[in-house]
Design a protein around this ligand. Structure first.
Ligand SMILES: Nc1ncnc2c1ncn2[C@@H]1O[C@H](COP(=O)(O)OP(=O)(O)OP(=O)(O)O)[C@@H](O)[C@H]1O
Ligand SMILES: [Mg+2]
Length: 341
């Protein structure tokens, strides 16, 4: 394999750390700039005009339910899928015109694990490092640095086949970091991962961001995105329906409180009945749970309880909870983020 066909890693320019919460703006401070991305599969428009900008050191969360268009969006951003329309610039390079330069600035971490189980973590990383054109001491140095970032230095010389699923996922992430990309793109990196590895993954991503790496993190776990990301884009049916800091997104809710109900009976009927209560902004049902957005929720509790009964259901529990991004999604779409429908 020739080094020129591999995405050669940049020499590793020192990057100034930026304060968290800094917003992406125009100009050279933008690592990723995508405009008007669109992609259809047959009759289905999977991504329908998405714009994304990410600054150095910014952790950007792309949050959306199953099938929202997250993977399709990042596949286009990373040059793995041709967009029908739109443009992508990475580190100042147009992805269509200078694909090698643009791609060398990206560390893409796919959801599928692609490692050699009979090799150790260090050997796996060496394999991927050579693909990026790294050799000798530079390669060894980057492998050590990456093992530290993913927290696997003590197990580096064990065969990957002996690792837990979460540890394999961490090696997979490490493989995307070897060439010191300015932008790291992670597609739902914690799905199906044990809590310890999940914690380690979130810590690694936070550390990368603190060092100045731009992060694009996709998830349908609202808590992860709230914890990790400076700015969040909420995507639904291929469109970015809201974008901003957590605080900005919550402000869209106005004064509404969130009430979580668990019912015995038809949750859909209960949600429908609750929509008729004054002050109820939105209601969604999933399994036995009903989520309500209600202005002055506490004052409406008695009426909510009565409405559940009138809808032929029994109230098992009711909880007034702090508004979160889940509530923002409900307010915007009338559906729960984790609805499978
Ligand atoms: N190669 C493909 N051919 C046909 N349809 C596709 C293809 N890839 C994605 N889709 C469809 O495009 C839509 C968006 O899919 P995408 O994988 O981008 O969603 P997602 O937000 O990543 O979802 P998930 O959370 O389930 O990973 C879905 O309706 C999906 O079925
Ligand atoms: Mg996906």
């Amino acid at each position: 394999m020739s080094a020129s066909s591999a995405p050669a890693g940049p020499p590793g320019p020192s990057r100034p750390a930026r304060a968290r919460g800094t917003q992406a703006t125009t100009g050279p401070e933008v690592v990723l700039e995508a405009a008007g991305l669109r992609r259809a599969f047959g009759d289905l428009t999977a991504v329908d005009g998405v714009d994304v900008r990410i600054a150095p050191g910014e952790a950007y969360g792309l949050l959306g339910p199953n099938g929202a268009g997250k993977t399709t969006t990042i596949s286009m951003l990373c040059g793995l899928l041709e967009p029908d329309d739109g443009a992508v610039r990475v580190a100042g390079h147009d992805l269509a015109r200078e694909p090698a330069a643009a791609k060398s600035a990206i560390g893409y971490v796919p959801q599928e694990i692609a490692l050699y189980p009979d090799l150790t973590a260090r050997e796996n990383l060496a394999f991927f490092g050579r693909l990026y054109g790294l050799r000798g001491r530079a390669l060894a140095g980057r492998i050590d640095a990456v093992l530290d970032i993913i927290g696997l230095a003590p197990r580096a010389d064990d065969r990957v086949g002996t690792y837990s699923g979460g540890m394999k996922r961490r090696v997979n992430i490490g493989a995307g970091l070897l060439h010191e990309p300015r932008l790291v793109v992670l597609d739902e990196p914690t799905v199906g991962v044990d809590p310890q590895s999940r914690h380690a993954i979130l810590e690694s991503v936070a550390a990368l961001s603190a060092e100045g790496t731009a992060i694009l993190y996709t998830s349908h776990y609202m808590e992860e995105v709230e914890r990790l990301c400076d700015r969040v884009g909420i995507i639904d049916h291929g469109r970015m329906i809201a974008e901003g800091t957590r605080r900005e997104l919550l402000a869209e809710l106005g004064e509404a409180d969130r009430l979580d109900l668990v019912v015995d009976g038809d949750a859909g009927d209960v949600a429908e009945a609750c929509r008729g209560i004054a002050g109820v902004v939105d209601a969604a049902a999933a399994d036995r749970e009903v989520t309500l957005l209600v202005r002055h929720g506490r004052a409406r509790l008695a009426e909510v309880v009565a409405t559940v009964a009138s809808a032929g259901a029994t109230l098992t529990s009711v909880e007034l909870v702090e508004p979160d991004l889940e509530a923002v999604f409900l307010a915007l779409t009338g559906r729960a983020l984790r609805d499978d429908g």
